[in-house]
Design a protein around this ligand. Structure first.
Ligand code: ATP
Ligand code: MG
Length: 271
């Protein structure tokens, strides 16, 4: 569960602005995919097309083999959870508990089951101590975790995180990493949109690069961060270890601090 197929998708906003041009790709269930690219490339638009908030002007999207044309937005978003770039666009209840419970109540989930799901989702997102708090009394970073908890409580098959590390400190980013690992362990499909390349290399395998309404590269992170021309076109600065390797002309596909340390130790051992 959680496979998405996009077939020749085009999308224009009501004012006529074309934001997505002939986009085709497949994201398999259980994949961890990062969508990166310059401001205005069409990343968030693409994400909203994935969960039915926006509908393609032409082309077709399949969710687990079934065309989303035949599904309501509520039916799609129940399975494809989109965590907005800005949590304030999503939150309107007066307690954390009620916010996370809201869509389950709308679905008339039985009260014991609802309570279990809300508490479990809040535990995963480290919100258990805050259930009675007003979301707007909590920091922006915590509000982002409330919106993540909503998708977890809904037991979505696909999770889309739009700029999840923006405004998050190191502790919150480590919490986010634990949430992603938890969902990956459940074989959920996890998609992020981000400008944070360190977050990409630490948590994701496949990287899709968007530039000016189109996908200009789609591949394993080691291949993508080796394509200087693609990165320049999409205004992407490679992760710091990659830049370090480039600056000392080290022709190794290293992306993580740990990879670099292992490489140095290996070289030391050869001396
Ligand atoms: N409601 C709208 N009506 C008209 N144009 C829009 C609307 N929303 C977005 N756009 C335009 O569509 C293009 C793609 O926007 P989108 O938000 O998908 O970009 P993005 O890649 O997510 O950018 P960022 O990295 O800044 O979040 C932009 O040029 C944007 O101005
Ligand atoms: Mg965006």
């Amino acid at each position: 569960m959680g496979k998405l197929e996009f077939k020749n998708i085009n999308f224009s906003y009501p004012n006529g602005y074309k934001a997505i041009n002939d986009l085709s790709l497949t994201i398999d269930s259980g994949e961890k995919v990062a969508i990166v690219g310059q401001n205005g490339a069409g990343k968030s638009t693409f994400a909203k097309l994935m969960n039915g908030l926006l509908r393609p002007s032409s082309g077709e999207i399949l969710l687990d083999g079934k065309s989303t044309k035949d599904m309501t937005t509520a039916q799609i978003s129940r399975r494809v959870g989109y965590v907005f770039q800005n949590p304030n666009d999503q939150i309107f209840n007066s307690t954390v508990y009620d916010e996370v419970a809201f869509s389950l109540r709308a679905l008339k989930v039985e009260e014991d089951e609802l309570d279990r799901r809300v508490r479990k989702a809040c535990e995963i997102c480290e919100l258990s101590e805050l259930l009675d708090d007003h979301p707007y009394d909590l920091p922006f970073s915590t509000r982002k975790f409330i919106t993540i908890a909503i998708t977890i409580a809904n037991n979505c098959d696909v999770f889309i995180f739009d700029e999840p590390t923006a405004g998050q400190d190191a502790y919150s980013i480590s919490c986010l990493k634990r949430v992603i690992d938890h969902l990956h362990g459940l074989n959920k499909t996890i998609i992020t949109i981000t400008h944070d390349m360190e977050f990409v290399v630490e948590n994701f395998d496949r990287v899709i690069v968007m530039s000016n309404k189109e996908i200009i590269m789609d591949g394993d992170k080691k291949e993508v961060f080796d394509e200087d021309e693609v990165l320049q076109k999409a205004y992407i600065q490679p992760p710091v270890i990659k830049r370090l390797c480039n600056s000392i002309s080290l022709n190794e596909k290293l992306l993580l601090v740990d990879d670099f340390v292992d490489y140095v130790k290996k070289m030391e051992g050869k001396k």
